[in-house]
Every structure is written in C-alpha cells, then in structure tokens.
Design a protein around this ligand. Structure first.
Ligand SMILES: Cc1cc2nc3c(=O)[nH]c(=O)nc-3n(C[C@H](O)[C@H](O)[C@H](O)COP(=O)(O)OP(=O)(O)OC[C@H]3O[C@@H](n4cnc5c(N)ncnc54)[C@H](O)[C@@H]3O)c2cc1C
Length: 407
C-alpha cells in the first residue's frame, strides 16, 4: 500500500484536469476516463498501472470530490458500464491473469467495452449453482451449449461473465467454471425481453456450440463458484445504492420535493398520516446511507463480505415503499404511463420528473429480485451474519448429474 495523502490525491486530480477536461467538447467520455485510468485515478484501490495507486478504497472519495467540484460533466459508473465496473473489474482483478487485467480493465472503465453477467438460467436463478449449461473440453478450447436468461445489457455487450458446468459428476458447486465470453463469437444469440417499464433491459442468451479458448477462463477449472462469489458480493454492494453520499439526496428527495410541490400538509388527518409516512421513509433512507457508508469503508480492494447484503436488502425493500408513497401523493395522475421506451435504460436526463417517478415505481418491482431476491438476502444474513441454522440443502454433496430436476 503506497502512502499518498488527501492533499496529493487532490493535486493529482487537478493535474489530470489541466491535461484533459471532461467539459471540453473535443473530449468524450472514453478520452477523459482513459486519461483518468492512466493517472491511476479510476479506482485508487487497484494496483498501479491498472487504473489505481494501490491506496485504500476510501481514498477514491477525494478524487470524485475534486471531479464534482471542477467539472460540469461528471460521468457516472452506473451509466457508463454498470455491470462491467461494478462486478467485472473486481472479478478480473481478483482472478484474471496479468495479460487479462491489462487487456480488459481499461476499456471497462472507459465504457468502450460493455460487460454483462451470464449467470441465471431458466431453471437456475436463486440456486444459480444448480445451472445446466455445459462446457466440454476440446483441445485448447471449450464447447459451450445452453441458455441464459435475464441477462441485462447483453444486447450492448462486448463481453460476458459466463458460469457454466464443466464437470456434471462433481457436486453442484464444485463442477462449475467461469469464463470471459466474447459476445461476438459464433453461436452466441441474444434476444431482448420486454419488461413492465416498456424497455428491454435484459435478454435471453442462447449458446449453441460456442467455442471458447481455455485462456479465457477466470480462475481454475472447477473454481467457478468461488469466482462467482466475488462477482455476486460486488453486485450486492453495487445494487445496495452504496454511492449516495449526501443526506436527503437520491430517490428520497424525489418524494420530499413532490410532497412539498403539491402543497405539503393542509392540516387534514389524511395529510398528517402522509407526512408521518414520509418522515419515516426519510429516516429509513438515512439509515441505509449510513449502513452503506459503513459497508464501503470496511471493504478494501478484496472481496466484500456479507455486509453488502444488508444494503441490498434494505434498498430493495425501501425503494418499493418509496415509489408507492410517490404514487399515493400523485393520486390519479400516477395511473398514466408514457409509452415508447426503446431497447435500453432511459437516462434520467431524457425523462421529466413525473415520468421518472412512474418509471421508478414500475422498475422498483425488480429491485427485490435482481442480484438475489430479498428472501435469499435474508438467508445469507441469517446464516452468515447472525449465525442461524442453515437453509436445508439436500443436493449440496450429491453429484450434480444425480440431482432430480425438470428438463
Ligand atoms: C431486472 C433484472 C435484471 C437481472 N439481470 C440479470 C443479469 O444481468 N444476469 C443474470 O445472470 N441474472 C439477472 N437477473 C436474474 C436474477 O438474478 C434472478 O431473477 C434472481 O436470482 C431470482 O431467480 P429466479 O428468477 O430464477 O427465481 P427463483 O430462484 O425461481 O425464485 C422464485 C421465488 O422463490 C424464492 N426462493 C427461492 N429459493 C429460496 C430459498 N432457498 N429460500 C427462500 N425463498 C426462496 C425467491 O425468493 C422467489 O421469491 C435479473 C433479474 C431482474 C429482475
């Protein structure tokens, strides 16, 4: 760990901005973030030469703060490459060869190569270790067949994080391997799925005799579950809404502003109840913000622990309650919905606030499913944090091929 303090980190960020500035119309996202990566200011907790300076994760806040203070154009990781940055980069860092780290990390950060996560299958979501897609070794390659589903952003992705079965005779967790999949390979077929918001944010992905070189494996053969845990733990931190640093900001602000704009309380009993409900939600949001801050500060560059599941569970459940309250404030107006979303996540900029709220209400239904359902988060927290008895797992030690399943 090197010892660069706050002052020097802020100076280095200002030096970067003197060379290349995101507000300059000739500098696009890739050019600016590429320079940020080369200065070691992308992820300061990553090693030098790989986008970082070998510092603690907490130190990133000084870089981000300087960027916010001195730039009108601030690129958000979630919109640049949510899955690549939140989950792909830490997994490549933990398990990739040196060559892979040099090849993949920079374009993940710049957003030039979007990544997706190919874990869930029609018969394996919560129990992802039970998945059925198969990879069979053929010389220096693996031939992969199977189907993935709910693969967010696959229709834009250059690469996917693929978990597949390489040994059906081993117990389910032991027979998996993890690959970086080039989404342009022959045999990879991506079909968008439309969701309740009108968008097609995710996809079915069919893998038909896809030939993947063995050199694209992350970790070793049979280590796929261990590598997946790194991805999943980082996903929970990313989905837990861990980035909100200002009290009262984020989705709770939408509700408070809406309430005030609509005249706040008129003294009626119904309004007093609503005011009480909003105050309760504000307090819960503040608790979530502080919980996330604690989870992030206990996490360095390695694999985050089960604390990520606290934020994920809280934010999923709270988000649903918050948008329900917004719709109640809107009354009848909340019942209409604008059609015409295209095949991608709409950015906040394209939607007016009312549309954003209605879209947020519909989208929030997915929060307690994506990245692990709320029931699964409760299982993880019960077992790994509270030390309660484990969920019943009758198939844990049996060869996967002998476990009864549909299809
Ligand atoms: C918006 C969105 C985006 C997604 N993006 C991706 C993606 O990019 N890549 C990807 O791989 N997947 C993605 N998913 C899939 C997601 O990870 C799965 O939907 C999720 O893990 C649940 O799996 P399932 O849908 O198969 O439900 P199931 O696992 O069949 O669960 C059905 C119900 O049973 C409950 N349940 C299951 N097991 C238990 C248990 N042991 N104890 C208690 N209750 C249990 C669940 O909580 C749920 O209520 C996405 C999902 C959504 C909604």
């Amino acid at each position: 760990m090197t010892s660069i303090g706050e002052t020097e980190l802020r100076e280095r960020t200002r030096a970067l901005l003197e060379q290349v500035h995101p507000d300059d119309p000739d500098v696009d996202c890739a050019a600016f973030r590429g320079a940020q990566f080369d200065h070691g200011l992308a992820w300061v907790h990553f090693p030098e030469g790989l986008g970082g300076l070998d510092l603690t994760r907490k130190a990133q806040v000084f870089v981000d703060d300087e960027l916010r203070q001195h730039c009108k154009t601030v690129y958000n990781d979630l919109s640049v490459n949510a899955i690549g940055i939140g989950m792909g980069a830490p997994t490549v860092l933990a398990y990739g060869s040196e060559e892979m780290k040099r090849r993949y990390l920079r374009p993940i950060f710049t957003g030039e190569e979007i990544w997706c996560q190919l874990f869930s299958e029609p018969g394996a979501g919560s129990d992802v270790a039970g998945l059925s897609s198969r990879a069979v070794r053929d010389g220096d390659d693996w031939i992969v067949n199977g189907q993935k589903v709910w693969t967010s952003l696959a229709h834009y992705s250059a690469y996917g994080m693929l978990v597949t079965r390489t040994d059906p005779e081993a117990a389910k967790h032991d027979g998996l391997s993890y690959f970086v999949l080039d989404m342009k390979l022959p045999g990879v077929e991506v079909k968008p799925l439309h969701q309740i918001t009108g968008e097609a944010e995710f996809n079915e992905v069919f893998l038909n005799d896809v030939r993947i070189p063995n050199s694209m494996m992350l970790g070793k053969e049979g280590q796929g579950w261990k590598v997946s845990i790194t991805t999943l733990m980082n996903e929970r931190v990313a989905l837990g809404g861990g980035t909100e640093s200002r009290r009262g900001a984020g989705p709770i602000q939408l509700l408070v502003d809406l309430w005030q704009e609509r005249g706040g309380s008129d003294g009626s009993a119904a309004d007093a109840v609503m005011r009480d409900r909003i105050a309760g939600l504000w307090i819960e949001y503040e608790l979530l913000r502080l919980t996330n801050q604690r989870a992030r500060s206990s996490m360095r560059s390695g694999v985050p622990g089960p604390e990520g599941s606290v934020g994920k569970l809280m934010s999923a459940e709270l988000n649903k309650k918050l948008y329900e309250a917004c719709l109640d404030v809107l009354e009848g107006e909340g019942l209409t919905y604008e059609p015409g979303f295209d095949l991608r996540r709409p950015s906040g900029k394209r939607l007016d606030r009312l549309s954003l709220i209605k879209h947020g209400f519909l989208r929030s239904r997915a929060n307690s499913i994506e990245g692990g359902t709320s029931e699964i988060m409760r299982n993880i927290l019960g077992e790994r944090v509270l030390g309660l008895p484990q969920d019943v797992r009758v198939d844990k030690d049996r060869p996967w091929s002998e476990v009864p399943r549909n299809g």
